[in-house]
Design a protein. Structure first.
Length: 243
């Protein structure tokens, strides 16, 4: 998969794309349904499957003083999209200029002119444009003028509750990892690089590791039984998160 840090740096090479847009934090069952539809449309229309996501999260941009734990790091997203057979990932820097784009500017200048989008897929609660006031109905209307197909994927429910990143974060904050797994469709995972610490593990009688999370604020706190996946194999372990 090719990671593109800015849509403005993208150079069309003759291949038109099908694009899914969203934050995709956690890659839960709802996100997976959107990506499934993306792959189907890309295959049907002969398009390149691509996604557009945002760094920082729009909520962090608009409410910088309010803590907003993330389920995924950017690295986690890259790995997840790669597993989902996505060809292009546009990681848009969400800044003042992007936030000021009017809905028609986003569709006409970004999706149509710059990226060559021919099909766009979003979740049913998708809003966009300056002030976040434009809905899917607006997207569909504006896309039709540019000969772009616009599709909305209905939300997914698990145990009678709508799957959402917010619900999953709240479950993790309560330490309910098993319930979060029902909405994620897999066990909750955290990935990162090993960082040097104070070597206290040498005094405990078993190996320890400090994991660098690339600025991720974990949506959980406590001590957990874990499975650790490494290049040397899978190990049982214990994780001290924020305690």
């Amino acid at each position: 998969m090719r990671l593109i840090r800015s849509w403005s740096d993208y150079k069309k090479q003759g291949n038109e794309i099908a694009l899914a847009i969203g934050n995709f934090d956690g890659m839960h069952l709802g996100h997976q349904a959107v990506l499934k539809k993306l792959r189907e449309e890309a295959s049907r229309l002969g398009l390149v499957p691509a996604v557009m996501t945002f760094e920082p999260h729009p909520r962090d941009f608009f409410r910088p003083d309010e803590p907003h734990p993330k389920i995924f790091t950017l690295r986690d997203k890259v790995e997840a999209f790669t597993r989902e057979n996505i060809a292009l990932m546009f990681c848009v820097h969400f800044d003042e200029a992007f936030a000021r784009l009017e809905p028609d500017e986003f569709v006409n200048k970004v999706l149509s002119e710059k990226l060559g989008v021919k099909s766009v897929i979003v979740g049913s609660l998708f809003y966009f444009g300056k002030g976040g006031k434009a809905s899917f109905a607006d997207l569909k209307r504006l896309c039709a003028k540019q000969n772009i197909e616009a599709l909305s994927v209905e939300g997914i429910e698990a145990d009678g509750k709508r799957v959402s990143s917010t619900r999953i974060r709240n479950l993790l904050l309560q330490g309910k990892c098993g319930e979060a797994e029902d909405f994620l469709g897999r066990p909750y995972t955290v990935s990162g690089r090993i960082a040097h610490g104070n070597a206290l593990g040498r005094t405990l009688g078993f190996p320890t590791a400090n994991v660098e999370l690339h600025g991720l604020r974990l949506p959980l706190e406590g001590v957990f039984a874990v499975r650790v996946n490494t290049v040397y194999g899978v190990f049982k372990g214990m994780c001290n998160a924020g305690v």
